[in-house]
Design a protein around this ligand. Sequence first.
Ligand SMILES: Cc1ncc(COP(=O)(O)O)c(C=O)c1O
Length: 411
Amino acid sequence: MIPFSPPFIDEDVINEVMDSLKSTWITTGPKVKALEQEVAKITGASNCLCVNSATSAMMLMLHWFGIGKGDEVIIPSYTYCATALAVMHLGATAVMVDAGKDFCINTGKIKDAITGKTKAVVPVDIAGFPCDYNEINKIISEPGIVELFQPANEIQKKLGRIFVMADSAHSIGAVYGNRKSGVLCDATVFSFHAVKNVTTAEGGAICINLPEPFDNGELYSWLRLLSLNGQTKDAYTKSLGGNWRYDIVYPGFKINLNDLCAAVGLAQIRKYSDELLTKRIEIFKKYNDGFADCDWAELPPFRTEVKESSCHIYLLRIKNISEEQRDRIIDRITEKGVSVNVHFVPLPMLTAFRERNYRIEDYPVSYDNYSREITLPVYPQLSDEDLGTVIRSVKDSYNEVIKAENAQKSF
Ligand SMILES: Cc1ncc(COP(=O)(O)O)c(C=O)c1O
């Protein structure tokens, strides 16, 4: 069986983890700091904070902005549940906007969703393909939209407009214009979950990129404190001796990343740009070449004049098929020993959201994307032979299910 997404664990990863174990410092300390510096280097962000997941990173940022009951946050309907849950756990309402054909939020529909209660927009870089940030940043800065914004605290007054936080769980290393994912809007959240391009088993990071008069360095220190119960000194600082007294200055969260996990990501991220990401891009190209002769295959967005994907997952769509036919093709692919997936079941189709009155009928493009989609594996360990097997299995399965059906119909 070709697995869907095994983590990249080489000798360097093992050595880095061993280094942490041998040092006897295993919770937040030098490895986390070093990982933060590597993320800053890759993205160009001046400040990056690592925490224990992208979900808690998003909750932390939205909480910092003062988002809570009565507020609305715009998110796409086509994403993983975490985008919505981060909003809902703060007591705010997730206002969903349909996707475009590129799987990302349809920026043309954002304006219609903005009300006097809108406090933030959370675009999601699906599969690593960046959203249209220039367009989003333009919309939230339009005079009519700025006028509608009702600040409820000093931070909101200081920004004076809707806050844009990218859910870039998939897009570390992606490019938009001449900038990297991480500095395309006010704040950017990456996921280091086990299946992501860079992993710490579980983990996440926030790149802070607020405009003046915000001080991003100061904000980093504050968020770091908020991620550690609101405590003025972390365990590492206290361990250095003669430094035991501390205070809790705010009722914070306990969402810090630990050094053992950071060590995994640290070894990976050092070879990310030159090796791991390059390999992912090659895999995308090989899939594109492999399906180039299939008029039924709709290839995923990858590169445009301004965008470059981080090639997290390969979202293949098949033209003119139903959801039920897609499911049968997936069954056939699985029988052939290839593990594939579907990204994503649109949120309004999931029970927790259906019960809260979101209706898939209101998100037709999300449904269309989902119903014809099969996610193919992308990870550096895949050999050319593996890719050949994946491509062949998809083509054979399509032929077995769809061509056979069409032939029967015309008979
Ligand atoms: C689009 C998106 N956002 C957020 C998350 C949540 O990431 P984490 O598991 O690090 O909280 C994921 C995880 O799969 C995701 O795919």
